[in-house]
Design a protein around this ligand. Structure first.
Ligand code: SAM
Ligand code: SF4
Length: 331
């Protein structure tokens, strides 16, 4: 399935919930968040059905996200069902890691291929500040990283957002987590969306400088397959360091993804409100055959109109700018 700019769409990020067991300061307000009623969220059966249609149209890779995906009960069942969808090669998860260690055996049995764990710092007090939790919480996440690495078949990545005046002096310590282990530590540029607007990102070049990553000291291992991350392997490292800078190093021309929100809206660009309400079609009361035909043509029409690129910060696009928050989209 290609969009009107010739980009092949092979990847869907599915948000399974807007709820979360943390309150990261750059993602969620501390108070006053109203959750979508459960009946408005897609059921696992609906998610699997939509994934089946997307897979038949060329999607191969699924990432489950949220809110915190592991707060949704029995997520391993969804992982197993998605792995069984013909055409789906990889099912992965993005999580804050709090519930990961206890859930891993079931997730692995269901066939999970990869896990991205969000961790912005190795300093317990900083972690508590960023996530509005207790300093003890960091240890739970570090144990989840170790537990994930104990499965050699699982791809394990840490995602960190460097923020000016907050975690910028801790980045080297975080990168060192990849020194002796087959782990990717990725530095992701904060995007000016929702709560994230209140934070200043640390530019990629500055982070590289702090980590001592330069042409002479590191082997550039190239771009990830079909993804926006550029990886480096610093000298002596077993793991690797990656950079994803959506705003300063725009990669829209190679974008291969769409997003499905928890309430069933297919988003064709992170920053734009463009897309289509698939839940309305799914629950439209027609025969399953008619629904399948309508879903397919609605998806085709939405992908044909996938925006060429994001316009973070550009005033002229305010009309189409996304108003959903990051915890409602899934990152
Ligand atoms: N709760 C899970 C987690 O934290 O990994 C999954 C959902 S969370 C919204 C997905 C990712 O979005 C996290 O890695 C988080 O750091 C990132 N994120 C949140 N706000 C962001 C922003 N403004 N710009 C870029 N990434 C952001
Ligand atoms: Fe929750 Fe993830 Fe948002 Fe943090 S970034 S509040 S863990 S959804």
């Amino acid at each position: 399935m290609k969009d009107s700019y010739g980009r092949k769409i092979e990847y869907v990020r599915i948000s399974v919930t807007d709820r979360c067991n943390l309150r990261c300061i750059y993602c969620m307000p501390e108070h006053g968040v109203t959750w979508r009623p459960r009946e408005e969220m897609l059921t696992y059966e609906e998610i699997v059905r939509l994934t089946g249609i997307l897979a038949a149209m060329g999607v191969k890779k699924v990432r489950l996200t949220g809110g915190e995906p592991l707060v949704r009960p029995k997520l391993h069942r969804l992982v197993g069902a998605l792995k069984a969808v013909p055409g789906i090669d990889q099912v992965m998860l993005t999580t804050n890691g709090l519930l990961l260690k206890e859930m891993l055996p079931k997730l692995m049995e269901a066939g999970l291929d990869g896990v991205n764990i969000s961790l912005d710092t190795t300093d317990a007090d900083q972690y508590a500040f960023l996530t509005r939790s207790s300093p003890k919480t960091l240890q739970t996440v570090l144990e989840a990283v170790d537990a994930a690495l104990s499965y050699p078949q699982l791809t394990v990545k840490i995602n960190c957002m460097p923020m000016r005046g907050i975690n910028e002096e801790n980045l080297r310590d975080l990168a060192d987590k990849a020194k002796d282990r087959p782990l990717a530590v990725r530095f992701i540029e904060m995007m000016p969306l929702g709560q994230g607007c209140g934070f200043e990102p640390v530019p990629e070049d500055e982070v590289k400088q702090k980590l001592g990553i330069s042409g002479t000291m590191s082997e550039k291992t190239g771009e990830s397959a079909g993804g926006p991350c550029v990886y480096y392997r610093p000298e002596g490292f077993r793991g690797k360091i990656g950079f994803i800078s959506a705003v300063s190093h725009k990669f829209c021309s190679g974008c291969n993804r769409v997003r499905l929100t928890g309430e069933g809206f297919l988003k064709t660009c992170l920053q734009s409100s463009a897309g289509v309400d698939l839940k309305a079609i799914l629950r439209g009361g027609q025969s399953p055959e008619e629904v399948d035909i309508k879903l397919k043509s609605a998806i085709e029409a939405a992908i044909a109109k996938k925006p060429k690129e994001h316009h973070f910060g550009a005033k002229e696009t305010e009309e189409t700018a996304e108003t959903r928050k990051m915890f409602q989209i899934g990152g």
